[in-house]
Structure formats: C-alpha cells, structure tokens
Ligand binder design. Sequence first.
Ligand SMILES: Nc1ncnc2c1ncn2[C@@H]1O[C@H](COP(=O)(O)OP(=O)(O)OP(=O)(O)O)[C@@H](O)[C@H]1O
Ligand code: NI
Length: 384
Amino acid sequence: MSSEPLLRVENLKTQFFTETGTVRAVDGISFEVREGEIVGLVGESGAGKSVASMSLLRLVENPGEIVAGEITYKGETIFGLEEGPDGELQERDDMLSNEEIRTRIRGNEIAVIFQDPMESLNPVFTVGGQLREFIELNRGLSKDEAKTEAIDMLREVGIPDPEERYEEYPHQFSGGMRQRVLIAMALACEPSLIIADEPTTALDVTVEGQILDLVDDLQDKYGTSFIWVTHDMGVVAEICDRVNVMYLGEIVEQAPVDELFYDTKHPYTNALLNSIPRPDRTVTELEAIEGVMPEAINPPSGCRFHPRCPDAREVCKRVHPEAKTVADADGEAHRAACVKHDAFDAGYEDSSMLEGAVGSTEREPESELAVNPAGDDSGGEGRE
Ligand SMILES: Nc1ncnc2c1ncn2[C@@H]1O[C@H](COP(=O)(O)OP(=O)(O)OP(=O)(O)O)[C@@H](O)[C@H]1O
Ligand code: NI
C-alpha cells in the first residue's frame, strides 16, 4: 500500500474559456489509482467526470485547457507546471511531449472506452478488420497474427462465434456486443489502465450487468486498473474498489466503496445513494435529488452543494471546504468536503439553520427533503 500508485492526480484544474465566461469544469481534484483496482468517478451530469477523464490523457480540446495540477503515471509526468524565469507558469521540462503521449501512452499504457461505441467504431469497415488493424498498428504484429489475436480477443470478451462475427459490420452488433468489442480493443494492447467513461449507460440493465461481470473477470485475469466513470451508484457498488464523488468540478467525498456506502460522510453522496434502490433499506419509492446542479461558470459561494443540501447551515454559504480526512477506514483515509464534520472546526454546530435552502419553492420544505433527514445512522429502518 505504501508503493507509488499507478496514477496520481494532484490539484487538477481544467477550464473552458467561453464567451459567457470561464467554465471551471474540473476545479482542483486529487485522487490516485493503484495497480489492479477499479476506481469510480461518480456524480451527476455536468460534474466534470468526462473532462477529468479526458484531461488524464491530455485530450481536452479548445477552448478547454488544463490550467493547474500534476498528473503522474508510473513516475512519468503526463502534466506538470512550474514557474518560469519571468514568474509565469510554464510546462515542466520532464512533461511528456504530445508525440510521446500519442505513441507510447495512449492505447498502450492507458486506453479509453467511451459511452457510444458507434463513435469509436467506423461503420464502413468490419468489426474484425478494425480490431485487427488496431492490433497490427499498436503491437507490430503481422496481418495474420493480428487477425488470430483479434479473434481471440473477441472470444475473450464473450462474443459468440468470433470467427463469423469477425466479418460483420458494427451495425450488425447489438449495443452490448459493440461495447464488448470496445473492451476487446481497449485490452488488445494490454494497457495498465483503462478509463471507461459511462460505457454501460446506454445499455439496458441486464446487458449492463453482463458487461460489468465481464469487466470484473477481465480485471481479475489481467490485473488491469480501471477508472470507471458513472452517474450510477448501483454500478459503483458492483465493480468499484474505491470511489471519488464529484460535484461541480470538485471531489466532495473519497473512500473505499464499503465505507462510502455504509459510513457516508457527504450529504451529496447520501443524496446520490438515496436515488438508487438499496437491498439493505426499505425504500418505497426512488427519490431524485432535489434541484438541479448549478452551472460550473458561476458556482455557488461556500460549499457548492449548499443550495441543495438538507444539512446546510449559514456557515456553509460562507466557507468553501477543501476535502479533509474525516474518518479512518482500516488505514485508508476517508475524505469529505463538508464542514459538519469535526475535522473542519468551522463552527457548524453553532451556525444557524439556512432558511429554505432545500425546496424553497412551491411545497413544504420538510416534504421536499431528498435525503433521509434522520441520516444513515438509524440503520435499515426504512422511512415513509
Ligand atoms: N467544450 C466545452 N466547452 C465549454 N464547456 C464545456 C465543454 N465540455 C464540457 N464543458 C463543461 O464542463 C462541465 C463538465 O462537463 P463534463 O462533460 O465533464 O460532465 P460529466 O460529469 O461528464 O457529465 P455527463 O454525466 O453528462 O457526461 C460542464 O459544465 C460542461 O458544460
Ligand atoms: Ni461525461
């Protein structure tokens, strides 16, 4: 556990410079991925999950830019800044060049799987042909060797009759089967890390379950690390070892998966958890999280979640909490960015309640609470 993680991200900030203002899409996140683990990046739409993922491979395009932070992979600097002679920030000397990222890192070391396979697969070429070509180019195999390897990979990811399916076109594959092809492609160069950006979101629940099982098996077999991007806590529960919860560009909670579920420290995580069915709770109906996530151009003052938070007090409007260790999970830090925890010493207990922070519109605030007001400590009591 003391060894250097595979990937280390420190204080990463990625912004988009648009006509309407600066979008602080990723606003100072830090996390790491260790060898052989599946790390979740979870949050609602717009939280900054995809921009964070793209930043890791320096794939962010204009008007977007990584403006701060450090990304280290296997001891090499994917991104890093230093102060230049004139005091301006400049890219560090040891930062990998675009060429090195493209040829040495992308695909071979870190592969990406996106949500929509049709964007990654060319409709006019056969599935097998594309996989073969990819393997040929990236692994320097002959055409025949690459074809054999491609068919093996299709079999490996659970495509039935891989020899026949090899000759077919993407549109002849179901959504789930196409996603399996992308997994095959990602695995083809035996990368150490795969970034999967909501690859199962468009699939129905049964197929999604099958793909998650497959990933679990392959992860065991190859020891590949994953960053799994999702908005679905159910998916997190199924495959992640450790989890980062993102809200408006920030990581608000970070913990091993069991800790996150059973000793939840951030009200936003709680709200996300309440929006999915849980086997250990009697929930009569699924609850959506109250309100919509504000814009990343002009985030709320203090804690960015405070306008939607059932626990918000006056102090939450003023103090912007940086994530801190709030509990110890068998030697692992459980971090959260919420001043209600003692570690913050922000005067939460003495701070006055915020009037109408949650559900300040139409109905009674009480009936609008998205999060169990009793908190989680009451155990599996269920609620009305
Ligand atoms: N090209 C762009 N130009 C301007 N803003 C952008 C651009 N791409 C992303 N953003 C903004 O960055 C923020 C984070 O977006 P991102 O796509 O990372 O969210 P996400 O968590 O992946 O959401 P989703 O679950 O919908 O995929 C959003 O506010 C989004 O509008
Ligand atoms: Ni996304």
